[in-house]
Design a protein around this ligand. Sequence first.
Ligand code: IPE
Ligand code: IPE
Ligand code: MG
Length: 241
Amino acid sequence: MSMELPIPAALMPRHVAIIMDGNGRWAKAHGMPRAWGHRQGVVALEPIISLCGAWGIEALTLFAFSTENWARPKDEVAQLMGLIVEFFNKKIDELDQKGVCIRMLGDLAGVPQVQRETARQAMERTKNNAGLKLNIALNYGGRQEIVRAAQRLAAKCASGEMTPEDIGETAFEGELYTSGLPMVDLLIRTSGEERLSNFLLYQCAYAEFVFVKENWPDFSPAVFAAALDAYARRDRRFGKV
Ligand code: IPE
Ligand code: IPE
Ligand code: MG
């Protein structure tokens, strides 16, 4: 794996978000159960996290489990939840050593206690780390996040802590799970699907979208480098001429 920058440092996105999709199709194509695809998905993830740190990307946000994914068969939900804990147990020492700062995005109160506790410990242990900001979206839904922010602002208004006139983009963004992070520059989705599936609706307002055909377990450093190259070639106008 080459640590060499695939694009000039000045063109690197500050915040990359990834919808890791296609584990099930990957497993099916290999004649294996879906759970095997999820397991290989975790294997594919490890070098990508390292490269983000090595390439000076400030924040990496991964879609691990959506508010809609509870509708999957019970055993698949259990396998995905099991992998979350396994990932942290196996990787937390190394991530901490590399200076990775972990944040969970989503409604943690709605996940089983062992996942919630493992995630909380990982956040607590790495909260002062100054390296890559690794955000893991677990039981995350973009609409839920926006509604929650509205509720939190309404509560502050009701308590007299603020008034409706104080609500601007800065105040609103402060109530999102991504508070303090830059907006998403580059959104990557694997497996050929071209939709947002309720991920980071607010934060992707001006993101560049790169859709790649590879299923997530085949998302190699070379595919990642190609996605960054595609991003670097985009002309980000932000409404200007
Ligand atoms: C992505 O792969 C992993 C999660 C959604 C957690 P999928 O499980 O969605 O794989 P496909 O889309 O069915 O192939
Ligand atoms: C999005 O993928 C969620 C995650 C990658 C965690 P899905 O596979 O659940 O999305 P849809 O159902 O194709 O929209
Ligand atoms: Mg999918």
